[in-house]
Design a protein around this ligand. Structure first.
Ligand code: SF4
Length: 503
């Protein structure tokens, strides 16, 4: 019997045994640890500056016959969506898998979203395994499927799958040469590529999803059946092991795009009432919704993270056609992020070199667009420095829309990720904005990964760039400098240099 391993390790073994030779990724919860394991392996693995670049590099690798893996968190799927969607009809070479880390319950993210939707939009396969063994097998399968249908395959994971442990049986590693990009695809027009996709490729994906053995089917009773995917499938199996639920059948889907329609239709026909259990959104439920199917849309289960109690409650209400839930949105206080006295209990490091800068910015009466590095933690009370913070790299472009010259606060990783485009736009249109770059040469919020130095690029774009050693600049001096820059027309940049106290 082999030793138990985590879901993360199973995924890494699955990728290595599939013969990957190239891996890219962008750090972020919950996928950072997986990429760290790959960076320490024999694979040519690297952190990329953003997810679009990460996928584009992997597409190039795939074209020349290298099986490739891309690891991103769920919001990263938004950034790589452009090449992903085109790649489905453009076609690829060797197998390419995108490992998308979702964060149901929003432990460490700026939103809660479901990466499985990208499978429907891009028309590519999505695998959603429930446990480490299925994760290993799904990874092995994903590379074969990717080569068969010549599109990237999305493999979704969540934190609880990452940390779940079980023994995993590894199968012999893939060897030999992998397929390369086939130039014959250029014989089609763009329209023809999509027509070919729907005549040949998508039916092939559907056939794969409906294949026996792809999913786990537990036939027990004929009254209630549960359809699930991902980690919640493991929760369902725990619950139905209790005596009072032992007659409940369970169809645990591991491939959720395309859905295995014949298998699902048969399962629905065989049971009186169907409960759909899935995180985060009703992706499966929306596609199979009809009389007798219950889940989030009928109020039986919650959106977001699914706990065992949510499944039990749904089963206790399964005889009702609609469940009315009271809505109590989580607050910072109820989650323990802010104490009832307004003091932040989990926030910036006490010895963060930027505390003085935040103090100064908080006392200015100008709008501040923030970014999704450490500085976003200054938005809630009592600091209230950052006013808005939409996405990584967004602050400079957002601040160019202010009615007055305001401040764009951005980390150096945010700048290199997608912030530079906002700076180019601001310079090009002669906008008035003061850009303050928190330049500590690392991505602090995701674990201290190195960040390329953009000083020369920024100075080329904005010759009048000031460089400040923030630890040796007093708050009064800092306030004077910032007020002076705010008083000028056009783009001003301050590179606020300091060493992160944590990394
Ligand atoms: S991780 Fe570094 S940059 Fe972030 S709050 Fe702590 S000291 Fe400041």
């Amino acid at each position: 019997m082999s030793e138990p391993i985590t879901g993360s390790q199973a995924l890494v073994f699955g990728a290595l045994d599939s013969g990957i030779s190239f891996a890219t990724g962008v750090p972020g919860y919950p996928i950072t640890g997986i990429m760290k394991l790959l960076i320490g392996s024999s694979v040519d693995a690297r952190w990329s500056i953003n997810e679009k670049v990460a996928l584009e590099a992997a597409l190039g690798a795939s074209a020349t016959g290298r099986r490739s893996l891309v690891t991103v968190k769920h919001v990263g799927m938004n950034i790589l969506a452009d090449p992903l969607i085109t790649s489905a009809t453009h076609t690829i070479g060797a197998g390419l898998v995108i490992l998308a880390g979702d964060d149901p319950g929003v432990k460490r993210s700026q939103n809660e979203q479901d990466s499985r939707y990208y499978g429907l939009l891009a028309e590519v396969p999505v695998l959603d395994p429930p446990c480490p063994e299925a994760a290993y097998n799904s990874m092995r399968r994903a590379f074969l499927l990717s080569e068969k249908v010549r599109t990237p395959v999305i493999l979704r994971l969540t934190d609880r799958l990452n940390n779940m442990e079980e023994a995993v049986k590894r199968t012999p590693a893939a060897t030999g040469d992998f397929q390369k990009f086939d130039r014959d695809t250029w014989a089609f027009t763009m329209k023809g590529k999509h027509q070919h996709f729907h005549c040949e490729t998508y039916p092939s994906m559907e056939k794969e999803s409906a294949m026996a053995g792809t999913h786990r089917l537990y036939q027990r009773g004929k009254d209630i059946g549960i359809i699930s995917s991902g980690y919640p499938s493991s929760l369902v199996e725990e619950i139905v092991s209790a005596d009072r639920f032992r007659n409940i059948s369970h169809l645990a889907l591991t491939m959720v795009n395309p859905l295995p329609r014949p298998i699902i239709d048969k399962f629905i026909d065989q049971h009186s009432r169907i409960l759909v259990i899935e995180e985060t959104e009703p992706v499966i439920e929306e596609q199979i919704y009809c009389s007798g199917v219950f889940g989030k849309l009928t109020g039986h289960t919650v959106y977001g993270k699914i706990e065992a109690n949510d499944i039990i409650l749904a089963l206790e209400n399964i005889d009702m056609d609609k469940v009315n839930r009271t809505c109590q949105p989580e607050t910072r206080i109820s989650r323990g992020l802010t104490s009832t006295t307004g003091v932040l209990s989990k926030n910036l490091c006490e010895d963060c070199p930027y505390l003085g800068l935040y103090e100064v910015l908080g006392n200015l009466n100008v709008p501040v667009a923030g970014d999704l590095g450490c500085s976003v933690m200054t938005a809630p009370p009592p600091m209230e420095v950052v006013d808005i913070a939409y996405s990584l790299g967004s602050s400079i472009a957002a601040a160019t829309g202010f009615t007055e010259k305001g401040i764009a606060l951005i980390g150096d990783f945010g700048l290199v990720h997608t912030g530079l485009q906002g700076l180019i736009e601001a310079v090009h249109h002669h906008n008035s904005v003061l850009v303050v770059v928190l330049q500590n040469n690392i991505a602090a919020l995701t674990g201290g990964q190195d960040v390329p130095d953009m000083t020369g690029v920024v100075q080329t774009l904005v010759p009048d760039t000031r460089i400040l050693d923030i630890r040796n600049t007093g708050e009064d001096e800092l306030a004077t400098i910032i007020r002076t820059e705010l008083g000028k027309e056009g783009v001003s940049v301050i590179l606020a240099r300091a060493t992160c106290a944590k990394y």
